[in-house]
Design a binder for this molecule. Structure first.
Ligand code: SF4
Length: 203
């Protein structure tokens, strides 16, 4: 774990370990400057750690694309606004031992915000998402995470039924954007904060 933290820091990414969800939540919320606008990507990890509820129900200036009942146009507007929030919260689909953040996204606003826009990005990752290298990361995403997510979202994709990716051409395909973040520029060394939680979290 220490080597992974050092690897992330060597790539200009701030890195922390949290013993459990409570510690991760407290640390994540402490990274919000007073008065900052906050947005978040869709993430089981943020919900399981209680970070999502704390943001939505707390005294924060939240751009909430997930507010129930909002029209599609308002959802899109908030997704776009979230890409310029002061602080963006999300998880990652995989974290390699070499400190690479590997992600698959559908529309792409989540991975775009991770890469550029928000002044600060807080990424909360359960230790189950740590993998050896990019090959293992893509295998994890295609063989496990994406099919499980498609099933959870009720998508009419082959993988939602079989649990295996067939690189489908379904209109409901959730895998559209594939990204790897391999560090930040030195001037941006306080931008991405990765909190590794010593628990099994997310998909
Ligand atoms: S490409 Fe299609 S089949 Fe493969 S994981 Fe994504 S949605 Fe499922």
């Amino acid at each position: 774990m220490e080597k992974l933290l050092e690897k992330l820091r060597s790539k200009n990414i701030q890195a922390y370990v949290a013993r459990d969800c409570g510690e991760a939540r407290d640390l994540a919320l402490s990274l919000i400057p007073p008065g900052a606008t906050v947005a978040m990507g869709n993430s089981a990890t943020l919900r399981e750690t209680g970070i999502f509820d704390s943001l939505v129900n707390g005294a924060y200036n939240v751009i909430n694309q997930f507010e129930p009942g909002i029209p599609a146009a308002e959802n899109l507007k908030r997704r776009k606004a979230g890409m310029l929030a002061d602080v963006y919260f999300t998880s990652a689909n995989a974290l390699t031992l070499d400190g690479e953040l590997v992600n698959i996204d559908g529309k792409g606003n989540r991975v775009a915000a991770m890469m550029f826009g928000p002044d600060k990005v807080v990424i909360v990752v359960g230790e189950n998402k740590i993998v050896k290298n990019q090959d293992e990361a893509w295998r994890r995403l295609k063989e496990k995470a994406a099919p499980a997510l498609a099933e959870k979202l009720g998508r009419a994709t082959p993988c939602a039924k079989t649990g295996v990716c067939s690189d489908c051409s379904s209109p409901e395909r959730i895998c559209r954007c594939y990204t790897v973040i391999n560090g930040q520029m030195p001037v941006d060394k306080d931008r991405i904060h990765v909190i590794i939680v010593k628990e099994r979290l997310g998909i």
